[in-house]
Unconditional design. Structure first.
Length: 256
């Protein structure tokens, strides 16, 4: 059994790789930070007697994403699990944010996920087996003033996951696809996004453990705890304008 995890060098991606290693999956670990990936390889191979294939790359490279699929398929055939965790955010007024950083976010959070998902999904559907786990966010269910692009990218991930899930259902495929939708999690996300959350952050290890458990059971949308699920419920009840009003003040408080 083998799983490919993007964003595996830190945070939720790293902890999902650990959870899968516990279940005796060999890991293809993808991220930009090669040193962190090598540390993860040493840890997982030592603790769980599995194999870790380190792939240091920046997923904004579209040709690199295609080559990743080609290389993995040539070496391993059809993988069992794909985890799309790579992504980042940034905070501030839309017109004041760094355009290149925003475009890089779209390339990482959406374009890379799109390329990797469609290429590996085709293999899984042909083999009629496999799981895809996309790391989205509760942010994907509401407007996000002061983090407009990030919220929008996560909305894309949520809707893409739901849409693909129905297509797979219609063709009676055994392939399953899920979206993990956490709230604030204690990871390196805050540093990259230049924010500080004013509410308690979930433990990344616990979120990863729950995500893997529910993914294996075929859950489409995975909310790590009751309060995040409740946030999803309120996002459906409240008018978008009201959600945006409250979100604006919540974001304003956490800008560093």
């Amino acid at each position: 059994m083998i799983a490919l995890v993007t964003g595996a060098s830190s945070g939720i991606g790293r902890d999902i790789a650990r959870e899968l290693a516990k279940r005796k999956y060999d890991i293809i670990a993808v991220a930009r930070n090669e040193d962190a990936l090598k540390d993860l390889k040493k840890e997982l191979e030592g603790m769980y007697q599995i194999k870790v294939d380190v792939r240091a790359m920046d997923l904004i490279d579209r040709d690199g994403c295609r080559k990743l699929h080609e290389d993995v398929k040539a070496k391993y055939g059809v993988i069992d699990i794909l985890v799309n965790d790579a992504g980042f955010g940034t905070c501030g007024k839309f017109m004041d944010t760094d355009l290149e950083k925003e475009l890089g976010m779209i390339d990482t959070n959406i374009v890379a996920l799109q390329i990797v998902s469609i290429m590996f999904l085709k293999d899984m559907v042909e083999a009629d087996k496999g799981h895809i786990l996309n790391v989205a966010s509760i942010a994907g269910f509401m407007p996000g003033p002061l983090m407009a692009t990030y919220y929008s990218t996560k909305a894309y991930v949520v809707r893409l996951t739901q849409s693909i899930r129905h297509e797979l259902f219609r063709q009676k495929s055994k392939v399953k696809i899920s979206a993990l939708c956490p709230g604030p999690v204690a990871t390196n996300f805050n540093k990259v996004a230049d924010v500080k959350f004013n509410i308690a952050e979930a433990d990344s290890k616990q979120v990863a453990r729950y995500a893997v458990k529910k993914m294996m059971k075929g859950r489409t949308l995975i909310f790590p705890n009751f309060f995040i699920w409740l946030g999803r419920v309120f996002s459906k009840i409240l008018p978008d304008q009201v959600s945006a009003f409250f979100c604006y003040y919540a974001q304003k408080r956490k800008i560093l």
